[in-house]
Write a protein that binds this ligand. Structure first.
Ligand SMILES: O=C(O)CCC(=O)C(=O)O
Length: 265
């Protein structure tokens, strides 16, 4: 990046640090005000209770899911304790296991990052799991009218799973069904320093910041928030985020926002 442009982005990053320490929490809002203040301004927001009325919030115990879909095989990310490259090399870590085994692990109370069902597959499009879609009607007021009931992506694992710091090329709505997750977020303005080679994964750990290796990031604010059942987190396109499960957890994410046509990132 040109030096003057880099100086400007660094200045904007430092300004963002003064904007406020926490992620805004919204409980009473309209779709218009949400799009105006958060989607179009590229700011994160915790949408408290957005999916609190989902039948899944009451129904989705691990036992219930076992009865509904325990026999199906699911692709999960494994061997994550052995190597730290599990996000960049998903295929190398992917293993097909009975859904029942994953649910037993999550229900056992163990704390582990070794096995995690991440949103890579088409979980809700499979015959065994289709009925579960009825328990998670997509929050259509915030999403494109083209969103289908099975467009959600499932994240399921025991306490202790970690999705390391990365950015996505789309807006994300992360809805929490069971358990709690802590999310750390850093503005997209920090991209040149978080991933100098342009990758969407960073070696920077917001929980153990190495400011010797990432000195410019001293100027960046690390936002933190906790997602509880019924809450949803809006993660704006390009924002860096690390997600840690504080307890055994089930989340569903959507990326089908209503957006005007924009130039590609
Ligand atoms: O819940 C997680 O572990 C990660 C979620 C996430 O990073 C995403 O939806 O982009």
């Amino acid at each position: 990046m040109q030096e003057d442009l880099q100086r400007l982005v660094r200045h904007l990053l430092a300004l963002d640090g003064y904007a406020g320490a926490s992620v805004d929490t919204l409980s009473d809002f309209t779709a218009e005000s949400f799009y105006h203040s958060y989607v179009f301004r590229n700011r994160p927001a915790l949408l408290e209770g957005l999916v609190a009325t989902w039948p899944a919030i009451k129904l989705w115990t691990f036992e219930y899911m076992m009865a509904q879909a325990g026999d199906m095989e699911v692709g999960v990310s494994v061997g994550r304790d052995r190597e730290t490259d599990y996000e960049a090399n998903y295929r190398r870590h992917e293993k097909l296991i009975p859904f029942r085994s994953l649910l037993e692990l999550a229900a056992s109370g163990v704390k582990s990052n070794d096995t995690y069902l991440v949103a890579k597959g088409d979980f809700f499009r499979r015959a065994h799991s289709r009925a579960l879609c009825e328990d998670i009607p997509p929050p259509m007021a915030l999403l494109s009218a083209l969103t289908k009931p099975d467009d959600g992506s499932l994240w399921l694992g025991p306490a202790g799973t970690i999705t390391p710091l990365h950015q996505d090329s789309v807006n994300v709505l992360l809805c929490q069904v069971r358990g709690q997750k802590e999310v750390s977020l850093i503005s997209s303005l920090a991209s040149p320093w978080l991933a100098p080679t342009g990758l969407s994964l960073s070696d920077f750990d917001p929980d153990r910041p190495d400011y010797c290796a990432f000195s410019v990031l001293r100027e960046a604010r690390i936002y933190r928030t906790v997602l509880s059942p019924g809450d949803a987190l809006f993660i704006p396109v390009g924002w860096w985020h690390k997600v840690s499960a504080l307890s055994a957890s089930i989340s569903v994410s959507y990326t089908t926002f209503r957006l005007p046509k924009l130039p590609p990132l």
